[in-house]
Design a protein around this ligand. Structure first.
Ligand code: BGC
Length: 772
């Protein structure tokens, strides 16, 4: 845990330079706009510890798989959203001496990520080895108005000398991923073109042949006046630069405005890429930095208007939640159905920018409630488009007849993960994808999605489950053998309760969905039967048979669902009895010791209870929670949020708040000692869910919103905005009451503390808290 960042409600601030934490800061201060993302690397040279990172959405490289022992069925590659051209680079020399903060004495350092307006600023005074002192102020952003554009204002003021400042703005696409499996570069040269004040590089990914054109154009001012510079352009492979000298006077400021763009062949034809990049950059340069920044601030204000959570009385919690919302909005905008949400977003290389079940299980509720329904729909369409690949994937593993197994990790629908116990066995992910369809329809009411797209995915997944179980003669029931549940600290177990539960839930939902389409859209139903080759007599009956005869491990005496067969054979120790020096287990214990132990990485049975809570009474939920939570080490960032919601439901407000804090400031405080790899983007959605579903007790049941809120003891109030079926609501919870403001033009009836409330258009209702 590190607490070197200043608490502020709207900004992340580093006061004083912390070079030892530089890679953590590079993750935390990252910028992105859904189309590209940039770690908070310095513009000028830096010879200290750094992980350079710029990522262009959708542009990936299939890095050949590297495993110790090859298993049939392993994917050939792991897809990586590539570390792409460095567009921020500006080399700085003062009378020939390079500015490099690793070689300087740095004072008055301040770095700010302004979340309200979406920009990053760094200011410092550097004393170079020669004794020369300069003041630098660098501000930049990746535009959310034009998502191919980035802009930098880089200002240099000599403090104790007059002399020559040499600036070399450049674009460098000769980049290597730090996690390259075979230490190879993934980019080939296509074109370099450098002119005095602008330049372009086109690089091509090996194997996938994406083209990315990265360009720059710059303007220089001194004392606020534009000055003509005599720049010398240079080109070398995958690199362009323009170098120029300007005479600088002590105390006088020189500013370089650098406009950059990243355009990819995902969105432009290769033939037009260069011309389009020139146009995009020229348009940005014409607008100028201040105008672009003004538009950026306005666009962020609009985003905050829809998705902010305000907390009064706890600035650290406020900063934490805003940071999470900011990063989520920087990662995924929902405008492009080909894109998804990597667990680290655009803030690092880990997980390759690829898609996990995290999207459906954790992120979807955030986008459902804070953005246009199209955004969540695009997340579903992404999986719909991958259905043929999911069917191929299942075929590779021996499944037939249109059974679909969605990958554990993917970028284009193909499986990339290569650990047999996860790739082949962590099949519960399929259930999350089915459940997301239900979640989307439950929230939006858009059940046309079923006939249009949803059924096809549901049938594919149901076919998989029906084949993945087998009839046990001994039990006279269906069993599901050799699986890994969400708790990855158990592998290859039999009858994981969560997996079996979500499997039969999928079968039930698919049967209902088929019936619904048959009743409401007979023509489409007939079309689907034929397209899917659905055996109307056999398949639904077989699914029903599985539903009716599925085996679920339970322990009657304890009154709990068993995580898997044999769970109680384990030595029943508790996390509280683990020495601190043994944590985290995944770094301290051998893998076999972890597997044999009782300790649980993340919500497993409790994940199922969270998803299907309406099936269980409070006492059942409590017994399972009381049994499993004390055995859970929460070594996945996805774990605390589920526990926060369940603790809140059980009325344990203190524990709910504790769990919330663990996710809300996970990266800001580097809680898990791994923020340098990138921020935990997908678990950030879990933080939002902890507040809205946990503290706010928000649920959607029977086409209505329900709230059952409480307020954490240390807060004076909190409020959040949600969209719901054409309505915009602001929910504020104070110590005294719950205030629900209907900001839309139609009245809305909802349930607060299980009492119906109708709130007129543009009005507010105040409801007193219920005494427990
Ligand atoms: C978790 C998975 C998750 C993955 C990516 C793992 O540590 O156990 O559930 O999908 O991280 O976030």
């Amino acid at each position: 845990m590190k607490q070197y960042l200043t608490v502020d409600e709207w900004s992340i601030i580093e006061e004083g330079f912390h070079p030892d934490y530089n890679q953590i800061s590079e993750s935390v201060f990252s910028l992105g706009n859904g189309r590209m993302g940039q770690r908070a690397n310095f513009e000028e040279a830096f010879s200290g510890e750094t992980l350079q990172g710029n990522y262009v959405a959708g542009v990936y490289y299939p890095d050949k798989t590297r495993v110790g022992w090859w298993k049939n069925g392993y994917p050939e590659y792991f897809a990586k959203v590539l570390n792409a051209a460095n567009w921020i680079g500006i080399d700085v020399q003062l009378d020939g001496e390079t500015l490099d903060l690793h070689q300087c004495e740095v004072t008055d350092f301040r770095r700010e990520l302004n979340m309200r307006e979406g920009w990053l600023e760094r200011r410092f005074t550097a004393t170079l080895p020669s004794g020369k002192q300069v003041r630098v102020e660098a501000k930049r952003f990746t535009s959310i108005v034009d998502d191919e554009v980035g802009a930098i204002r880089y200002s240099v003021t000599p403090l104790n000398f007059s002399g020559t400042l040499t600036l070399t703005p450049y674009v460098d696409a000769d980049i290597m991923n730090a996690d390259s499996n075979y230490d190879e570069k993934f980019w080939n040269e296509v074109l370099q073109e450098a002119q005095p004040t602008e330049g372009y590089v086109i690089a091509e990914t090996k194997k996938t042949f994406f083209h990315v054109c990265t360009g720059q154009k710059f303007v220089v001012t001194q004392n606020g006046q534009e000055v003509a510079v005599n720049a010398t352009p240079t080109e070398r492979t995958k690199y362009i630069a323009s170098r120029f000298d300007v005479a600088v006077q002590q105390g006088e400021e020189t500013v370089l405005y650098k406009y950059a763009a990243n355009l990819s062949s995902e969105n432009h034809s290769k033939a037009d890429l260069l011309a389009n990049t020139k146009n995009v950059i020229s348009a940005a340069a014409e607008k100028g930095f201040e105008q672009l920044l003004h538009e950026q601030a306005a666009a962020w204000a609009a985003k905050w208007e829809e998705s902010d959570i305000m907390i009064e009385g706890d600035a650290a919690a406020q900063q934490g939640i805003r940071f999470n919302i900011f990063q989520l909005n920087q990662t995924y905008t929902g405008e492009d159905e080909r894109l998804n949400i990597g667990p680290k977003g655009f803030t690092g290389e880990k997980y390759g920018g690829t898609t996990y079940w995290d999207t459906e299980a954790y992120c979807l509720p955030f986008y459902l409630a804070t953005a246009d329904p199209q955004v969540a729909r695009n997340l579903l369409i992404y999986r719909y488009k991958h259905l043929p690949k999911a069917i191929e994937n299942a075929e590779k593993l021996g499944f037939t007849g249109g059974a679909a197994l969605y990958p554990m990790v993917t970028i284009n629908g193909e499986e990339c993960h290569n650990e047999w116990e996860i790739t082949f066995e962590e099949v519960h992910r399929n259930g999350a994808i089915a459940h997301a369809i239900h979640d989307y329809i439950r929230y939006t009411g858009d059940d046309s999605y079923l006939a249009e797209y949803g059924i096809e995915v549901l049938v594919g997944i149901s076919r998989f489950w029906a084949q993945r179980v087998n009839w046990s003669g001994a039990k006279n029931q269906y069993v599901m053998l050799g699986v890994t549940g969400p708790n990855e600290y158990e592998n290859n177990v039999n009858n994981n309760w969560y997996t079996s539960t979500i499997a039969t839930w999928t079968l039930e939902y698919t049967l209902k969905a088929l019936q619904h389409v048959q009743e409401t859209n007979a023509a489409r139903y007939a079309e689907l039967v034929s397209k899917l080759n659905l055996n109307e007599e056999k398949e639904p009956a077989q699914w029903q048979h599985v539903i009716d005869h599925m085996y679920y491990p339970v322990d009657e005496e304890l009154g709990i669902f068993l995580q898997q067969d044999g769970f109680l054979d384990k030595e029943q120790t508790l996390v509280k009895d683990l020495p601190a020096s043994d944590r985290p287990l995944n770094q301290k214990w051998s893998w076999d010791r972890i597997l044999r132990s009782v300790f649980i990485k993340q919500a497993d049975v409790l994940q199922g209870i969270y998803l299907f809570e309406d099936r269980y009474d409070l006492e059942t939920i409590r017994r399972n929670y009381d049994f499993y939570e004390p055995r859970t080490v929460h070594e996945s960032s996805l774990s605390p949020c589920v526990h926060a919601i369940l603790a809140a439901k059980l009325g344990d407000e203190e524990r709910a708040y504790e769990f919330y804090l663990r996710t809300a400031r996970l990266d800001l405080d580097d809680y898990n000692n791994d923020t340098e790899d990138g921020c935990h983007i997908t678990s950030m959605a879990g933080t939002w869910v902890s507040v809205v579903q946990g503290f706010g007790g928000m649920r959607v049941r029977d086409n209505q919103l329900h709230f059952n809120p409480f307020i954490p003891a240390g807060w004076s109030s909190y409020s959040f905005k949600i969209r719901f079926r054409g309505h915009l609501l602001n929910i504020k919870v104070t110590k005294d009451n719950v205030q629900i403001e209907n900001q839309s033009a139609q009245p809305l009836t909802l349930q607060v503390f299980d009492q119906a409330q109708t709130i007129d258009a543009h009005s507010k209702a105040e409801i007193a808290h219920q005494l427990a």
